[in-house]
Write a protein that binds this ligand. Sequence first.
Ligand code: SF4
Length: 498
Amino acid sequence: MCGVIGIIGPEEIGGRGVSCAAAYDAYRGLLALQHRGQDAAGILSYDNVSRMFAMEKDLGLVANVFSQQKIEKLNGYMAIGHTRYATAGSDGKRDIQPMVEGIPFGLGMVHNGNTLNYYSLKNQLSDDFRRQLLTGNDLEVLIHYFGHFLMNGQPMPTESTFSFENIKQAAGQMFDTVIGGYAVLGLMAGQGLVAFRDPKGIRPLALGVRENEDGTKVWILASETIAMTYLGYKYLRDVEPGEVIYIDTKGNFQSAIVRKDPERAQCFFEWVYFSGAESAIDHHPVYGVRLKFGERLGMKARAAIEAAEICPDVVMPVPDTSRTAAISVADSLKLPYREGLIKNRYVARSFILSNQDKRDHAVELKLSPIVGEIEGKSIFLVDDSIVRGTTSKRIVSLLKKYGAKEVTLGITCPPIRHPCFYGIDFPDSADLLAHDKTAEQLAEFIGVKKVIYLDEEDMRAAIGIQKLCMACVDKKYPTAVAEGELYSRERKKARAAS
Ligand code: SF4
């Protein structure tokens, strides 16, 4: 999971009179998207006056990567930015986005997602096109292919021969070639900003605009609407699956759906966990959906109470994502809502390393108990998901250590049983706690009285969309996945070695 943002507008965006205004908006947008990835961040801008790209990127949080001095060097009226959660390639500096290639035009890109047929495409690049890759990130492969398709075996398109037709045809070939879930933003030197989203719409991408007083428009594309509203842009709509958008340097907006796939497969986990509560996906607000998750979980909890299986005194969230649903569970059960665990905001993400021992330790570093709210209580604990299960087990043991009489665990998602190949770090089936366990076995492992899950129909009804990707739950992958399994194995090896 990563966050992407792209901005293009008139020379002085919003009349601010600063030449780095596009990069500045990209920077502030990345701050709003920080929850989508904390491993690294970067911004690429293009300046039409000097005809040069400028780029800053590094490992770490957005606020640590950029300073005012660095932003001021990112001149130009168009910029793209990225905040990274590494699920492909290495975790090191080599694989940070954005990435740039010199031909054709000069092409810079960022993306959110994964290319499942990365190894085949990489081999083809080297064997047939004689290209040497310099990184282990699939984005580099996407840049090479998009550039190749733009040229379409012809001499370089010139100012007069280049048009949206070239971009549509290149995007169509990308959709036919690249298997996976991806939302891509690109800067084409001296030309404009291009955006496209995989034909199933697995990864999100939204479009917005801000009108200046002089009638000119500044366009924004971002993984989440929170990045738009925060910056004063108006959210217009989501980019359609299989759609390509091109906004040229004169501000002309063009779009086309070049591959229409009736089987849309938006990732349901965006509403469960990834997206910020302030965002909306396809105009379905994340906060409102999480309230509905809570209502449905409340109905299931009520049935367990009526069957005398559980007898909770309070409803308590695992902070922060589950808070919204927990409020709704408490309302529907007419039980008090209590905060018993407080998240320490000052524990850096960098404390959470890949190996399991460090993960265990991280739970205690991150959550502090309010003993008075825990002691002697029978707690209905609400969490968004169980992946490896270690975090849930640690939290329950923390609650018991501070005197909880009994804990029931309510999960606002069905059991995660299968790996994700589309840019989410759900590991091998073998690492997923629910993969081979019943709800009873899970409860025993985690140390709770009962685990209550939402089911797939609850998710579809609460989200209000029937066609969703839920492959990590039902194993119905929206694309071929044979190569994705190889990709995951390689990724696991790389992580173990790092
Ligand atoms: S497999 Fe799961 S996490 Fe991955 S894209 Fe599909 S729904 Fe989202």
